[in-house]
Design a binder for this molecule. Structure first.
Ligand SMILES: Nc1ncnc2c1ncn2[C@@H]1O[C@H](COP(=O)(O)OP(=O)(O)OP(=O)(O)O)[C@@H](O)[C@H]1O
Ligand SMILES: [Mg+2]
Length: 306
């Protein structure tokens, strides 16, 4: 029977719970949008978190989302597994000391080709499906990263790592120009040498490169996306993740940090000591981990504060 509308007809429709949850999540983002608008967020992604094209697409979407939200994202990428595979293909072995890849001149050519010519290009392409945002560069470009050759300790002995460096200077001019133009820089972790190595290109760990860039840009946040849920308290014995750490705690953990985690902790420490308020280690395999971290109250992964 039709007739005049009743009070029940005029009452707001109760949305289904899924829709209500989506609206709540969007509303939850409001304070974070206000806080991060116009700020710089440096994101480091590791090769393992890039292994799957679907993950690369999610990351590209998140970066573009940040950009449309008025945030200035900078992506710095590694490429460990892809480099290892390309080296194998070229008949070259991979050796790591304290989480750093021993890099001969032949290996460096492969590292450069994979990072700049392959992974960097892929990431730029995926971001640019959403608009002309991404610009790919190597840390060698425009004086962005300068590094000094470094060695490492194994069982108390000094080991020569070849063409591996520690970032000693960051010139953020090029990045600031790109950011001011609304671009999303995508940086491969290579650097120009200095002093006797001024003509050399050095392989620098992408975690520490991202941290140095975050400090130089006065970033609001450093987000390190990897293939584990965060820092394992007692790795490899248990899978319990540490949810937050102070810089002083990271400093105490550093001497015992293993493999890929050592440069990550060192990077987070350098970032917060250099004035970046927060550094996060997140699982890059989780879809949209970056959005969850930036725009929701849900603490995920491991957070390092000053
Ligand atoms: N305490 C720890 N907690 C978590 N992971 C740890 C720990 N100690 C060592 N690891 C290792 O660190 C690895 C992550 O570092 P890894 O260098 O392999 O990747 P990435 O830095 O994300 O990528 P890329 O080197 O390509 O930039 C983990 O997969 C894990 O095996
Ligand atoms: Mg690594």
């Amino acid at each position: 029977m039709t007739g005049p509308p009743t009070a029940a007809d005029r009452a707001p429709a109760v949305p289904d719970p899924g829709v209500a949850a989506k609206a709540a999540t969007l509303a939850e983002a409001l304070p974070w949008l206000a806080r991060f608008h116009g700020r710089t967020v440096v994101v480091k992604v590791g090769g393992s978190a890039l292994a799957d094209p679907v993950r690369q697409d999610h990351l590209a979407e998140d970066l573009v989302f940040l950009r449309y939200a008025g945030i200035r994202p900078v992506l710095v990428h590694g490429g460990g597994p892809q480099i290892t595979q390309a080296l194998e293909h070229a008949g070259l072995a991979s050796e790591f000391v304290a989480g750093l890849r021993v890099t001969s001149p032949e290996a460096l050519r492969v590292v450069r080709m994979v990072l700049v010519g392959q992974l960097g290009r892929d990431l730029v392409g995926r971001v640019n499906r959403h608009g002309a945002f991404a610009v790919g560069l190597s840390g060698e470009d425009g004086g962005l990263l300068t590094a000094r050759r470094r060695s490492a300790q194994r069982d108390g002995a000094e080991v020569d790592l070849g063409l591996v460096g520690d970032v000693t200077a960051v010139d953020p001019g090029l990045l600031n120009t790109l950011l001011a133009d609304g671009r999303i820089p995508v940086v491969a972790s290579l650097a120009r040498g200095t002093g006797a190595d001024a003509d050399a290109v050095l392989n620098v760990n992408a975690d520490t490169a991202a941290a140095a860039i975050a400090v130089a840009l006065g970033a609001e946040k450093l987000v390190v996306l990897t293939d584990v849920p965060g820092l394992y308290a007692d790795w490899p014995a248990t899978a319990e993740v540490v949810s937050s750490l102070t810089a002083a705690e990271v400093e105490r953990l550093l001497p015992a940090a293993a493999d890929g985690m050592a440069p990550k902790l060192a990077g987070c420490l350098a970032a917060v000591r250099g004035g970046v308020p927060r550094a996060h280690l997140l699982d890059g395999r989780v879809p949209h981990a970056l959005l969850l971290e930036v725009f929701t109250d849900r603490g995920i992964g491991t957070m390092v504060t000053g």
